[in-house]
Design a protein around this ligand. Structure first.
Ligand code: 6PG
Length: 241
């Protein structure tokens, strides 16, 4: 696993680097093949999506991109809490990705049935290695409690699930989530954590430096075996590195 820790002055520079990862990945994707990306929810990913829509609408071969999600809240697609709605409004409605290449997690569906359905969607539309769907680029945020996707410390056993996607629940609200699990995360060609702001600094350092108790932190379990791991941070989030 190749680890890259990149620290930026601001979210625009961070977004520029993320865009370059996409451009580079697509340049290495043969015509007729697709580049698969799993999007994360969260405020920082939203700034990246806005940047891509504003500056890369005509600079990325969007027709070669297949879009999935790392996780989704079990809410309707028009809910203000929907990761799909956030990505749709900030990116997908603003770039020419064919609708047939956008694979939404159906937050309005029965969670157990949807997790099963989404596993099949992933398997049908992605390269599969050892029975595990392989994303070209899997985007992750970092929660203040060390969660990533929707794997929280209280349900970190989900990281080791045999199923590529599972039903999870938020520790405070109990809200049901559909989340990617650890084997699939760690089979991705590239895993890209995005974290900004001073509130992330302690947890970023806990995870990257594997400070005491790191084993309880789902984000610290991310370790793509043959892929690359990127940490895209602003200076505030990197302050304790
Ligand atoms: C979600 C996300 C979650 C998020 C982190 C960081 O559905 O909420 O997938 O894992 O990425 O909580 O969110 P912020 O970037 O907004 O702090």
């Amino acid at each position: 696993m190749k680890k890259h820790i990149q620290i930026f002055n601001n979210t625009a520079e961070l977004s520029q680097y993320f865009a370059a990862l996409l451009v580079n990945g697509l340049e290495n994707t043969p015509e007729g093949r697709f580049f698969s990306i799993a999007l994360s929810g969260g405020s920082t990913p939203k700034t990246v999506f806005d940047y891509l829509a504003n500056f890369y609408r005509d600079k990325i071969a969007w027709h070669k991109v297949k879009v999935f999600w790392s996780d989704e809240r079990c809410v309707p697609p028009d809910s203000s809490e929907s990761n799909y709605r956030m990505a749709k409004e900030s990116l997908l409605d603003r770039v020419p990705i064919p609708a047939s290449q956008v694979f939404r997690i159906q937050g309005e569906a029965d969670p157990v049935k949807e997790a099963i359905r989404y596993v099949e969607i992933a398997r049908q539309n992605l390269f599969v290695r050892e029975g595990i769907p392989v994303f070209d680029l899997l985007m992750l945020g970092l929660g203040d409690d060390g969660h990533t996707a929707s794997i929280f410390p209280h349900n970190r056993h989900l990281f080791y699930s045999e199923s590529p996607f599972e039903v999870a629940d938020h520790p405070l609200s109990g809200q049901k989530r559909i989340t990617v699990t650890g084997n699939t995360i760690n089979h991705a060609e590239a895993v890209v954590f995005i974290a900004t702001g001073a509130t992330k600094a302690e947890m970023v350092a806990n995870v990257i430096k594997k400070r005491m108790g790191w084993e309880q932190l789902p984000a610290a379990l991310v370790n793509p075996e043959s892929g690359s791991l990127f940490w895209l941070l602003d200076e505030r989030a990197a302050a304790e590195l």
